[in-house]
Design a protein around this ligand. Structure first.
Ligand SMILES: Nc1ncnc2c1ncn2[C@@H]1O[C@H](COP(=O)(O)OP(=O)(O)O)[C@@H](O)[C@H]1O
Ligand SMILES: [Mg+2]
Length: 181
């Protein structure tokens, strides 16, 4: 079976520091995998290569069998890969609901619609609503994301990554700073 995500001898150097020295892996569809290592091991860097934030120094990356090595982050996202960030990356002045709705929009083909049309897009609203419930954030729906407690912001960050319906999702230290519950 074609792996959902495949890395072939991926390398990355910053200047003369070789940080990623030949990573090869194949992630099967329908599985959940963890990448572990001490601080500075290169986990976030590897995510930044897979998602197109940084160019690889060498090696190939494929998503569902399709070459994505040279693509821009938004192009990779539109091919079905989404991510969260180790440092929370949300729209702090938009509400919780608006943050989730933004994430759903592209996936439902509403790329450049005007907001008043988006307000009426029932499928978008329902998807954002569902994710908000799953995250236990419904009570915070109107709150600007920047005013949420830290753990709630982390939860919203995960929600933004999953709300768009990507089929490969990378979460970078999704629970850092959160309690067990
Ligand atoms: N943009 C960059 N420029 C130079 N060095 C970097 C850059 N990003 C990460 N590094 C270095 O790469 C190494 C791995 O960092 P990182 O991927 O953040 O590790 P991890 O996420 O596993 O803690 C560290 O030594 C870090 O300083
Ligand atoms: Mg990291």
């Amino acid at each position: 079976m074609t792996p959902a995500l495949e890395l072939v001898d991926v390398q990355k150097s910053f200047g003369r520091s070789a940080i990623i020295r030949g990573v090869s892996l194949a992630i099967e569809a329908g599985t959940r995998q963890a990448l572990i290592g001490p601080n500075g091991a290169g986990k976030s860097t590897l995510f930044n290569l897979v998602t197109g934030k940084y160019p690889v120094s060498s090696g190939r990356i494929r998503l569902n069998g399709e070459e994505i090595t040279e693509l821009r982050p938004y192009e990779i996202n539109r091919r079905g890969l989404s991510r969260s960030f180790q440092v929370t990356n949300i729209f702090s002045r938009l509400s919780v609901f608006e943050n989730l709705r933004c994430s759903v929009l592209w996936s439902r083909g509403y790329g450049y619609s005007f907001w008043h049309l988006v307000e009426n897009a029932r499928d978008v609203r329902e998807r954002a609503e569902t994710v908000m419930e799953q995250l236990n954030l419904t009570a915070r729906r109107h709150m600007p994301a920047g005013l949420l407690a830290y753990a709630e912001q982390r939860a919203l960050e995960i929600g933004i990554a999953i709300a768009g319906g990507a089929d490969v999702i990378l979460l970078d230290e999704p629970t850092s700073g959160m309690s067990r519950s």
